[in-house]
Design a protein around this ligand. Structure first.
Ligand SMILES: Nc1ncnc2c1ncn2[C@@H]1O[C@H](COP(=O)(O)OP(=O)(O)OP(=O)(O)O)[C@@H](O)[C@H]1O
Ligand SMILES: [Mg+2]
Length: 238
């Protein structure tokens, strides 16, 4: 289990998140939704060690890990992707995945073998020798996922992996995310604006707005939640 308990993060007076708790169970797919600026990425930053909380804490399988570095958490199974993919543009696809493995202490030979294994799993081994800046958008996002998957996550945090994809690409990605959960046995937290994608693959969803949680439950429960309905349905955001 990966949890954040009553976490707050403030930036120079901006309350990015205020008293938010998240619980991601093993093998669960949890959707994290909410409007721009709701605090979703900040919560993923806290869970993955990129941002220390100003109040509250993070636990991994019952042990406090608040303040641990992102590298430490990655080595212990908590791995995230970024809203902006951030590939090394002058390295090849394979080298990009290898770099992620080397950064957590893997040797070069093992990293190369693992990178090829993951690229093949994702169906992009034919792109392995392309340079990062030669990829189309969908492949670039798949390489971002490859970099995370190479680290054998127990908990995988995906920050808007479908951003910019068309409907067919987003549906293929949703199927891939479910396959990753089944094959790797990891819990997945998915930040996503597309409610159809969320309801297609998430067992539970958590809705944030203005740095707070306004609803949590199964998608069916959340859609019946009056607070969610007044915040979302009236705005046409669905
Ligand atoms: N490093 C930072 N410095 C200052 N303010 C920040 C920083 N990071 C985030 N914020 C602010 O914190 C709030 C939450 O931002 P966050 O990026 O977590 O939202 P989000 O839900 O991921 O939004 P989006 O859907 O646009 O990605 C916003 O008001 C944002 O401007
Ligand atoms: Mg964000």
């Amino acid at each position: 289990m990966l949890t954040a308990q009553a976490v707050s993060v403030h930036f120079a007076g901006v309350r990015a998140i205020e008293d938010v708790s998240v619980a991601l169970a093993p093998r669960e797919i949890l959707g994290l939704v909410g409007p721009n600026g709701a605090g979703k990425t900040t919560m993923v930053n806290v869970l993955s060690g990129f941002q220390a909380p100003h109040a509250g804490g993070v636990t991994l399988n019952g042990t406090a890990v608040t303040g641990r570095s992102s590298d430490w958490l990655a080595r212990h199974g908590v791995v995230r992707t970024f809203q902006a993919v951030r590939l090394f543009r002058k390295l090849t696809v394979s080298e990009n995945v290898e770099a992620s493995l080397v950064s957590v202490g893997s040797g070069r030979g093992a990293a190369r073998r693992k990178a090829m294994e993951i690229l093949s799993y994702l169906g992009i081994s034919h792109r392995a020798h392309l340079q990062g800046d030669a990829l189309n958008y969908g492949d670039e996002r798949r390489v971002g996922i490859a970099r995370a998957l190479a680290l054998n996550p127990a908990f995988l945090l995906l920050d808007e992996p479908a951003a910019g994809m068309n409907v067919a690409e987003a549906e293929a990605l949703a199927d891939l995310i479910r396959r990753i959960r089944d094959d790797f046995g990891c819990g997945i937290l998915l930040i996503e604006h597309n409610m159809a994608l969320i309801t297609r693959i998430c067992e539970r969803m958590q809705v944030m707005a203005s740095g707070r949680t306004i609803a949590v439950g199964t998608p069916a429960e959340v859609f019946e939640n009056p607070v969610f309905r007044s915040a979302y349905l009236g705005t046409g955001a669905l």
